[in-house]
Each structure stands twice: as structure tokens, then as C-alpha cells.
Ligand binder design. Structure first.
Ligand code: NDP
Ligand code: KPL
Length: 334
């Protein structure tokens, strides 16, 4: 059987990580990204690193690099890895170039990206996907995976086979909406991590920050209940138990939740990366989504709403928040 051809639309941290592993396994992958990012890859190639395996380096001549959507024309699969704010534009761009039968897979955070893509790409299959682990651009041309994890997508055998061949664990799920709601609970930490200015491991090691996350998750679980949503169980603890575990004192938390602290010392949330680079964040589709669901069900989610405001403030005026101060700020909003 011929190998499927891939295009990555949005060659940043996740796009280069997924596409790079596919290239390393011998797949044909076209990367579409901004010209500055593509120039870095053209000069340096792409390095895929983790703290558990030696890095894999792809030379520039192994990479097919483009800046426009026409590079998606030959693809059997298009992996969409732009930030949420870029999905609608990406979908419009793709609509003009996709080959008949091409399958589009959203590997983005948030709840609505697959629907946005489906609305623009009539006649194409659009699959929801989920990346549970952290990837940062640790230096130009290097994407670093900071924790282990298994990708999830709606079922598609050829896609799963290609990722497995590329050494990336993947699970086919028929409950991707519940998976996305569960991932959103995890992503409520993105804002807290970004405002802390700390690597994820240090931030999650501090009870005050974990209590901020527990507040956000409790509100989210209450609005999910009101909306009739049951999030999937993705980790060792059921979603309803996690806020309790997060609130434990540090020493006890380290014992009970050792697995969730098995994070590389450098890993940080994708929102931290946005703030660092002076880019708009995804806060409106993370905490903002909880606030929107709450409003639709005549509830409130004040800690989440406060974080939306704080992150927007930090987008224009960067500042970091010590844990106790952030926790007091969120409590005061309730
Ligand atoms: N990084 C992580 O650890 C994780 C991220 N995710 C999710 O994955 C998605 C991607 O995140 P991430 O990889 O961190 O994001 P990045 O910002 O690193 O990568 C996206 C890249 O795509 C570029 N881009 C946007 N629109 C276009 C376009 N139309 N054509 C070409 N290039 C484009 C962006 O440029 P520009 O900035 O100029 O728009 C950016 O360079 C997000 O939804 C994120 O929440 C999920 C799990 C983990
Ligand atoms: C993996 C996780 C939850 C945290 O890094 C993430 O999705 C992100 O950074 O956007």
C-alpha cells in the first residue's frame, strides 16, 4: 500500500513535532509555516528532542517547506496545528486547495476547531485530534517534547498506522468531544502556568498555583454538569477527583500525583510561549470557553473570568504572579 502524503498547516511546536516524526519515518510531509520560521528550518534543519531519547536531526534537504496553502494540494492528510485564532483563516485557505478525499485532522486545543474546519471544508472528512503532552521550541529549529503521552484522534486506520510507524503512540477514540472537554480541564492550567513565569514542574509543585487550577476546574466541572457534558477520564484520577488532589499539601501531592510531575524541567505551557513571544494567547478558547458555557447556562465562573482578564492584561503588559497572590486574586473574584 502506498504511504499517505501529509501536509502540516501551522509549522510551529506541535506541527514540527508531528510532521518531523513522520518525516523521520520516511513519510512525505510538506510543512506550511510563516516565512521566518521556514527560513530557520531551511538553514538549520529540524531537531526533535526529548529528555529520554537521543535527539533526531532532520537536515534541510529532508524537509519540504512552504509558506502558502497551495502546498496542501497533494496531501492525503492535512494536520492543522495553528493556534485557535488562526483556524478560520487556515480553513478558508485550505478550501481552495485540498484534493478530493483529503482528510483534515485538527490537533489543536479548545472545543470548536474541528467544527470551524468542517464548516469551511464541505465534502472533506475532518477529524478531531488531541495532543496530551507539551512541546516547546527550545531553540530555533528544535522542538522539545517535555512529557510522555498518547495522541488521540477519531478513528482512522491509515493515520494511526503512520503515527505508530513514526514512533508516536496514538489511540483511536469515538468520544472525542468528551476527550476535548477533559483536555480543556487540563488546559485551564495554561493561563496559570503562563502567569507564573515558571516551568510547569515548578509551578505545579507549588500548592498555591495548584489551588488556582482547582478553583478553575471546580467551576468548569459545575458548568459541564449544567451543560450535560461528561468529560472523559484521561489520567489516573477521574476529572471530578482532580481538584481535590490538586489542593493537597505539596509533600502529599508529590506522593499521590508523582506521575503528573514527571515533566521535563524545561516544559512550559503553550500559552507561556505566546506571552514570551508577544503573541495573542488562546485564553478566550480555554478559560473563556468555560465562561461562555457558564453564561449559556445562567451560571458564573468568576475565577475563570478573572484569569481571562489577567491574561489579556499580560498580553499587553507582561507581569508574573506569585502563587499566593494569584490565588488571593481568584478568590477575591468569587
Ligand atoms: N505546544 C504545546 O505543547 C501544545 C499545543 N497544543 C495546541 O496545538 C495548537 C498549536 O500550538 P503550537 O504548536 O504550540 O503553536 P505555534 O504557535 O508554535 O505554531 C503554530 C504556527 O503556525 C503558524 N501559522 C498560523 N496560521 C498560519 C497559516 N495560515 N499559514 C502558515 N502558518 C501559520 C503560526 O504563526 P503565527 O504565530 O505568526 O500565527 C505559528 O508559527 C494550539 O491549539 C495549541 O493549544 C496542544 C497540546 C500541546
Ligand atoms: C500539554 C499542555 C496541557 C500543557 O503544556 C498543553 O496542552 C499546552 O501547553 O497547550
Amino acid at each position: 500500500m502506498p504511504k499517505p502524503r501529509f501536509t502540516v498547516l501551522g509549522a510551529g511546536s506541535i506541527g514540527c513535532h508531528l510532521g518531523g516524526h513522520l518525516v523521520a519515518a520516511g513519510h512525505d510531509v510538506a510543512f506550511i509555516g510563516r516565512s521566518a520560521a521556514m527560513n530557520v528550518l531551511r538553514e538549520r534543519g529540524l531537531t526533535l528532542s526529548t529528555s529520554v531519547r537521543p535527539p533526531v536531526h532532520l537536515t534541510p534537504d529532508q524537509l519540504t517547506l512552504a509558506t502558502g496553502p497551495e502546498a496542501a494540494a497533494g496531501a492525503d492528510y492535512v494536520l492543522v496545528t495553528v493556534k485557535t485564532a488562526g483556524t478560520e483563516a487556515a480553513a478558508k485557505d485550505l478550501a481552495a486547495h485540498l484534493a478530493p478525499g483529503a482528510v483534515v485532522v485538527s490537533f489543536q486545543n479548545g472545543l470548536h476547531n474541528p467544527a470551524t474546519l468542517r464548516a469551511a471544508l464541505h465534502g472533506h472528512t475532518v477529524l478531531a485530534g488531541m495532543v496530551p503532552y507539551n512541546v516547546v521550541q527550545s531553540e530555533p529549529g528544535t522542538v522539545h517534547q517535555g512529557m510522555p503521552g498518547r495522541l488521540m484522534t477519531e478513528p482512522n486506520d491509515m493515520l494511526s498506522a503512520a503515527f505508530r510507524e513514526a514512533g508516536l503512540a496514538i489511540e483511536a477514540r469515538t468520544d472525542m468531544s468528551q476527550v476535548q472537554h477533559a483536555k480543556l480541564l487540563m488546559n485551564l492550567n495554561n493561563a496559570i502556568n503562563a502567569l507564573s513565569g515558571l516551568p510547569l514542574r515548578d509551578q505545579l509543585g507549588q500548592r498555591a498555583y495548584r489551588r488556582c487550577l482547582a478553583l478553575c476546574q471546580r467551576e468548569a466541572l459545575a458548568v459541564y454538569r449544567a451543560a450535560g457534558v461528561t468529560p472523559a477520564r484521561l489520567g489516573p484520577a477521574a476529572p471530578g477527583v482532580t481538584p481535590y488532589v490538586l489542593g493537597l499539601p505539596d509533600a502529599l501531592f508529590r506522593r499521590v500525583a508523582a506521575a503528573s510531575l514527571r515533566i521535563d524541567a524545561h516544559a512550559r505551557s503553550s500559552m507561556w510561549e505566546d506571552l514570551q513571544r508577544g503573541r495573542p494567547t488562546e485564553i478566550d478558547s480555554l478559560q473563556g470557553e468555560i465562561v461562555a458555557i457558564a453564561t449559556a447556562h445562567e451560571q458564573s465562573a468568576p475565577a475563570n473570568a478573572r484569569l481571562v482578564a489577567l491574561v489579556h492584561e499580560a498580553e499587553s503588559t507582561p507581569r508574573t504572579w506569585p502563587g499566593p497572590e494569584l490565588y488571593a486574586e481568584l478568590c477575591a473574584a468569587r
